[in-house]
Design a protein around this ligand. Structure first.
Ligand code: UD1
Length: 433
């Protein structure tokens, strides 16, 4: 398995381009299953999860062309299999996003139940309950979820999510787009990725209103057509580079981003002493303020509040802030696995239940550490960039799931980081990351 070797201490300086949002490209690729016509998606990030999602589409019978590296041209006319196998679902939970479109277009779908995952059990009960409300029968057969629309077509319904769920909202949006009649989704997720998916679906001929608010209305249509769409910038990659600038005491111009999608992160980082200038609607200039970093508490919440996907990176930053900060994780159980690795590097962190208390500032020291999930990996890289000495990070395949060419990007900004390639990864694949 590949590792990163990081020698910390270099302030990162320069300009960096943000890629397309992984969490938007995943549902948008799934949405291509809703039509016989060709859908062209631009700005699809070249990361492992998207390679997996593409493979899923191809396994189902779709044709996926990539005329350019980040453009996917998908035609799902000949889809003849309605099943996402365990082999794929176990590596990427977002394969459940195939359920809604398959069920809506073909009246049947089978998706392996996602197993336990590193950041908690992550059930899909809310997706399944919503499909039942849309008229589907849902059963569990040998570890697979089997859903059928008895008369071949789903029927619009009132869906009131008891908990905000991002992929659950997306699955219902896609299913309801082809259902008969009106679907109302209450307590819908409001993430920018929801709006991006709604934009694509509306370009395909769907009738969706209210995306980005807690109440959405979807008037089902008979069929959807082709469309061309550009995926929004990745707000979590943006936030990660903002922290990279601040934690290393450098200065980064972050380009091709969408600051409006990061209001909660920007205001929290400013409170903590990070200077952030919005040079224009897609460029941020970020540096640590002259007074240094100060501890500030944070609680993760659904959008538009502070995202759970930035919690690990923020914890790394707080190890470098003066004072005590409390970090409360309300979205996922068991999402503090990075804390024990940061402690191995010398951080003073106490975890109790869903709360971590960080006492700063501590000089982090290089150590051998292990990445446990995607965002935890990012936090460990950030910590290593400001640590004294050499850090070896194992299991970096997690970071490959969601950060495009992270090593190359960080090196271009002055970081001393290299990837040690072992095992089955080819030199070509390694160079791409
Ligand atoms: C998405 C994002 C992930 C992000 C998360 C929260 C994608 C591909 N992934 O994940 O990066 O961290 O949103 O912002 O977009 N829940 C249930 N039952 C369900 C569904 C969810 O109890 O049927 C719970 C989850 O366990 C969790 C909470 O609801 O506690 C939110 O999960 P959800 O928003 O569904 O996360 P994902 O869509 O999987």
């Amino acid at each position: 398995m590949d590792k990163f070797v990081v020698r910390g201490g270099n302030p990162l300086r320069g300009k960096i381009e943000i890629g397309g949002a992984k969490n938007s490209a995943l549902p948008c690729l799934a949405a291509t299953l809703l039509t016989e016509e060709t859908v062209i998606l631009h700005n699809v990030p070249y990361v492992k999860d998207l390679i997996t999602q593409r493979r899923l589409l191809e396994d189902l019978g779709a044709t996926v062309l990539t005329p350019e590296l980040r453009t996917h041209k998908v035609n799902a006319r000949n889809v003849a299999i309605y099943e996402a196998p365990y082999e794929l679902v176990k590596t990427m939970r977002a394969s459940v996003l195939a359920l809604g479109p398959l069920l809506a277009r073909f009246g049947q779908a089978k998706v392996s139940l996602p197993g336990g995952c590193a950041i908690g059990t992550r059930p899909i009960d809310l997706h399944l309950k919503a499909f039942e409300q849309l008229g589907a029968t849902v059963s569990l057969e040998s570890g697979d979820v089997v859903a059928r629309a008895p008369k071949g077509r789903l029927v619009g319904a009132e869906i009131d999510f008891e908990k905000v769920t991002v992929t659950g909202t997306e699955n219902v949006m896609m299913a309801a787009a082809l259902a008969s009649g009106r679907t109302t989704i209450r307590n819908a997720a409001q993430e920018p990725e929801i709006e991006d998916l709604a934009d694509l679906l509306n370009k395909m001929g769907a009738r969706i209103r209210g995306a980005g608010t807690p109440v959405m209305e979807i008037d089902g249509v008979e069929s959807l057509g082709g469309a061309e769409h550009t995926i929004i910038p990745d707000r979590i990659e943006t936030g990660t580079f903002m922290v990279a600038a601040a934690i290393t005491g450098g200065e980064l111009e972050i380009k091709s981003c969408r600051p409006a999608h990061l209001n909660a992160v920007i205001s929290k980082l400013r409170e903590a002493g990070v200077e952030i200038e919005e040079l224009n609607s897609s460029t941020l200039l970020v540096r640590q303020g002259s007074a240094g970093l100060v501890a500030r508490d944070v609680t993760t919440e659904p959008h538009p509040l502070f995202p759970t996907d930035m919690q690990a990176q923020y914890m790394a930053l707080m190890t470098q802030a003066e004072g005590t900060s409390t970090i409360t994780e309300t979205i996922f159980e068991n999402r503090f696995m990075h804390a024990s690795e940061l402690i191995r590097m010398g951080a003073d962190i106490h975890v109790s239940g869903n709360t971590a208390v960080v006492h700063g500032k501590t000089q982090l020291m290089g150590a051998p550490i292990i990445a446990s999930d995607l965002r935890a990996s990012a936090s460990l890289v950030l910590a290593a960039l400001c640590a004294e000495g050499e850090t070896v990070i194992e299991r970096v395949y997690h970071i490959d799931r969601g950060y495009e060419t992270i090593v190359r990007k960080l090196r271009s900004l002055g970081a001393d980081i290299e990837r040690i390639t072992e095992s089955s990864v080819t030199a070509e694949e390694a160079a791409a990351v």
